[in-house]
Ligand binder design. Structure first.
Ligand SMILES: Nc1ncnc2c1ncn2[C@@H]1O[C@H](COP(=O)(O)OP(=O)(O)OP(=O)(O)O)[C@@H](O)[C@H]1O
Ligand SMILES: [Mg+2]
Length: 366
């Protein structure tokens, strides 16, 4: 097992299409921690994983496993188990042989190999499938074999690069729970890349939000959700995304700027000048409450998700639609007028550079 430390880690892809993919990333990952990397396509998630695995050389900075600097260590010395999105099992080999392959290369005795493969097959409930070929397995079973293949070598660190994105929704949920259980059992330091918000929120001890090769925020899932550090994180984490309203701040009074008929409203922040007010769709209310900003809207789109319904509303508050999540049993109609209420204590405030303004201590949401 191992802690991992990035110190000013840099990656420049050289060559015709030279590209600065990772820019001075500092990060500490504790021994046994489950860390999730999220960020838009091309932000450098896979590059970072490949640098940890030793599959991509490091252009600048230092990478440590525990106290050992590993920049120049060969991949096979690093004790990494990696599971990819396309997990490419050997099609002509049985499940057993697929899992045994790495140990065979390491010239382990057949007795050791047999013991390890059967132990891991037990953990992943693959015992009854050991003689099958990959094509005779379901997607979830194949995924478990790919994970098994990584586990048998008892890596110090697991790297997962969108391992579930090829699976259907229910299998994803099942595998997500299995990977979480596995981590609770093995407590191996793990880094997991995903586009899936729910995977990030439910699996992570720590989420790292990346954008354009840089870290935007590091925190527990609830820290990231409750206190996004900037408009990027606020807009990226949460589905549907947070609503943003341009305002002019005078102390704690916010005046929405796009309105013809502006009213100000008080929020638990202190700021001066142009700013962005953020509020999540699930925090907007349909009934009046004290201190909330009332906004008259018209329903332009209704999305029924079953358990809840998303309303897209036009209003004078902002040009883009305001999104509100309401209980699924409501049946609002397109074109209907609606008054919504923005509770002051649920609002977020970002300065003109998009950095979060610190909430006044007295009024944390509960
Ligand atoms: N060999 C290469 N040469 C030049 N640029 C590269 C090379 N490999 C990757 N890149 C660029 O580096 C950036 C980071 O790529 P990376 O694969 O790490 O992104 P990612 O965050 O994993 O994206 P995705 O979510 O789409 O998998 C991208 O902009 C990509 O185009
Ligand atoms: Mg990738």
């Amino acid at each position: 097992m191992s802690s991992i430390e990035f110190v000013k880690l840099d990656k420049v892809y050289k060559g015709l299409n030279s590209f600065h993919a990772v820019k001075g990333v500092d990060l500490s990952i504790n021994d046994g921690e489950f860390v999730v990397f999220v960020g838009p396509s091309g932000c450098g998630k896979s590059t970072l994983l490949r640098m940890i695995a030793g599959l991509e050389d490091i252009s600048g900075g230092d990478l440590y496993f525990g106290k050992t600097r590993v920049n120049a260590m060969a991949p096979k010395e690093r004790g990494i188990g990696m599971v990819f999105q396309s997990y490419a099992l050997y099609p002509h080999m049985s499940v057993y042989d697929n899992m045994a392959f790495g140990l065979t290369l390491e010239k382990k005795s057949s007795q050791t190999i047999d013991q390890k493969v059967r132990e891991v097959a037990g953990i992943l409930q693959l015992e009854h499938l050991l003689e099958r070929k990959p094509k005779e397995l379901s997607g979830g079973q194949r995924q478990r074999v790919a994970i098994g293949r990584a586990i048998v070598r008892q890596p110090n660190v697991f790297l997962f690069d969108e391992p579930l994105s090829n699976l259907d929704a229910s299998l994803r949920v099942q595998m997500r729970i299995e990977i979480t259980k596995l981590h609770q059992k093995l407590k191996t330091t793990s880094i997991y890349v995903t586009h899936d918000q729910i995977e990030a929120m439910t699996m992570a001890d720590k989420i790292v939000v990346l954008n354009q090769g840089q870290i935007m925020q590091v925190g527990s899932p609830l820290e990231i959700y409750n206190n996004p550090a900037n408009t990027f994180v606020a807009g990226f984490m949460g589905s549907p995304t947070m609503n943003f309203v341009q305002v002019n701040a005078q102390g704690s009074q916010m005046t929405p700027t796009p309105c013809d008929n502006p009213r100000s409203f008080e929020v638990p922040f202190q700021h001066q000048g142009p700013a962005t007010l953020g509020i999540r769709p699930e925090h907007i209310e349909l009934s009046p409450l004290p201190g909330a900003l009332a906004v008259e809207c018209q329903i332009s789109v209704v999305e029924h998700l079953g358990n809840e319904t998303m309303l897209y509303l036009t209003s004078e508050l902002c040009e883009q639609p305001l999104v509100v999540a309401v209980a699924g049993e409501k049946s609002p109609q397109i074109g209907e007028d609606l008054t919504i209420y923005l509770p002051a204590e649920r609002c977020h405030l970002f300065d003109a550079n998009g950095e979060a303004v610190t909430r006044l201590e007295t009024s944390k949401p509960n």
